[in-house]
Design a protein around this ligand. Structure first.
Ligand SMILES: [Zn+2]
Length: 509
């Protein structure tokens, strides 16, 4: 056998059987790594085998971002970018400028503000939004994805009046006289999204391509594509891109809980699909965003009640489907453990997304039940900010990466894009390594962003390391990240990224 490509004389780490040990040569044939080692790898060189001299360059497996909102982020790129706004007036101004790019009957969306960052320290009121939008239906989303402000026209389109009751797991913000003020929290957000004309599949495809470009540029070769609601269309959009050869990143597509019956009816099971595109876990929200979580200490917001969760996990488990449960507070994580235990079907690797506050007893339960924690390592950094909603007493159990791994729970890392506006994994790796309370070493953090992500989608035998026989998903850096000062990691970008041996970002020379 001759290689199709050899990477030579560099600093190559497999993160697999040889851990962080440095090899100099790697050979690829077809879409697989076929050899890693020293100069002896050159024996696989054929007459037409290109050899890339790495020089000071370094190679790592491609990253796996196990939870990022691919379609949602892509679609927001067509909306008004509200990131960095510091006042309601600035939001109004950006919405006004963006509206000029829209067709007359098109709905308007904006994303990226955070109420905490505005001088007013509150989200805009619908009447303030109306100043920018007039009678065009519009809504804007907070960066975290758990709060939305609709203008008067959007509320009207959704039929939301002072008589409308809060939906289960959601809340409609109101003025003192009970008139809706535009704010929609958690499950109430979809009341306006449900009446918005659906985005055509062509727009979804354009959105996916935008997100794909961003992820690949950060060395991410596999993504868990998270969803908030049941767009069966999304899978179709990926499918079409894959058919046309334009899907370059490996996608594990979550299915919203609304698709549970359809998926089990079709016989979709955990790990259904191929190495490029597969149907991933059923996504369900147990609790809400940062301030609206379910804690055992009493404060509890449930988006899915423990009884409903038990039913859903049992149904999914019977059908052989994995569940990915959004659970931030310890109460929500405990409810998910209860549900998985009651379902009693082993081997499904049910996932807890976020797993933010997880004390030792729950760490042990997660391990015993064979569950996976899919976490955002940046939580370790945010928790230290004075504005953090979690009290100091929770800090020991917050972003408990080190304790979870020690307890035997696979920890996979993710950006939760667009919660993190830059999905660069090095930001999170740095936060996890520098965390003085629950910190982990560089190797563990890199594994959380590579092979643990593969494990979470039942693919640890095909990707996540550069051991021979694995998919040739890798990234090449001009200099070795592991000897680069950590302060420079925030700007770290690969020079080239390969998926299945094909260069999908940057260039080899
Ligand atoms: Zn998410």
């Amino acid at each position: 056998m001759k290689a199709d490509l050899i990477l030579a004389r560099g600093r190559i780490r497999t993160l697999g059987r040889s851990g962080l040990a440095v090899h100099t040569h790697l050979a690829i044939a077809g879409n697989l790594v076929v050899a890693v080692g020293g100069a002896e790898v050159m024996r696989l060189r054929g007459p037409r085998t290109p050899v890339v001299e790495l020089g000071a360059g370094a190679v790592l497996p491609g990253f796996n971002d196990a939870h990022a909102h691919v379609v949602y982020y892509g679609l927001t790129r067509f909306g008004a970018d509200l990131s960095g706004t510091r006042s309601v007036a600035q939001i109004v101004e950006r919405m006004r400028a963006h509206a000029k790019t829209l067709a007359p009957d098109e709905w308007q969306q904006g994303i990226g503000f955070s109420a905490k960052e505005l001088v007013e320290d509150r989200p805009p009121h619908r009447l303030e939004l109306d100043e920018a939008t007039g009678r065009r239906p519009a809504f804007i989303d907070e960066r975290g994805g758990h709060a939305r402000v609709a203008n008067s026209a959007a509320l009207e389109a959704a039929g939301i009046t002072d008589m409308t009751k809060d939906p289960p797991g959601g809340r409609i913000g109101r003025d003192r006289d009970l008139t809706p003020n535009g704010l929609l929290l958690e499950a109430a957000m979809r009341m306006v999204a449900d009446v918005q004309p659906p985005q055509p599949i062509s727009r979804r495809i354009q959105g996916i391509l935008k997100t794909q470009r961003l992820l690949l540029s950060r060395g991410i070769t596999s993504v868990g594509a998270a969803v908030n609601r049941g767009f069966a269309d999304d899978l179709g959009a990926y499918e079409r891109l894959a058919e046309q050869g334009r899907l370059k990143i490996r996608v594990n597509e979550f299915l919203s809980w609304e698709l549970l019956q359809a998926a089990s009816g079709l016989g979709v099971r955990a790990g259904f699909g191929g190495a490029l595109l597969r149907a991933g876990p059923i996504k369900v929200f147990v609790d809400g965003g940062a301030e609206r979580v379910a804690m055992r200490s009493g404060r509890a917001t449930w988006r899915t009640s423990p009884a409903e969760l038990r039913e859903l996990v049992a149904t999914a488990s019977r059908a052989g489907l994995q569940v990915a449960a959004h659970a931030i507070g310890d109460g929500a994580i405990a409810a998910m453990c209860d549900a998985v235990e009651a379902a009693g079907v082993p081997g499904l690797r049910h996932r807890v997304e976020h797993c933010t506050i997880c004390p030792p007893d729950l760490q042990r339960r997660l391990a015993r039940l064979g569950m996976v924690a899919v976490m955002q390592p940046m939580a370790a950094r945010f928790a230290q900010e004075p504005s953090s909603p979690f009290g100091a007493h929770d800090r020991w159990n917050l972003a408990a990466h080190g304790q979870l791994i020690k307890a035997g729970v696979p920890v996979a890392f993710s950006s939760d894009l667009p919660v993190m506006s830059d999905p660069n994994p090095w930001l999170g790796i740095r936060a996890a390594v520098e965390d003085r309370i629950n910190g982990i070493n560089e190797f563990a953090a890199l594994r959380a962003y590579t092979s643990a992500g593969a494990y979470s989608s039942f693919e640890e035998d095909v990707k996540g390391t550069l051991d021979p026989g694995m998919l040739a998903d890798l990234q090449i850096y001009d200099t070795d990240p592991l000897v680069t000062p950590r302060a420079a990691w925030d700007r770290l970008r690969p020079r080239a990224v390969l998926v299945g041996g094909e260069t999908v970002f940057g260039s080899l020379d």
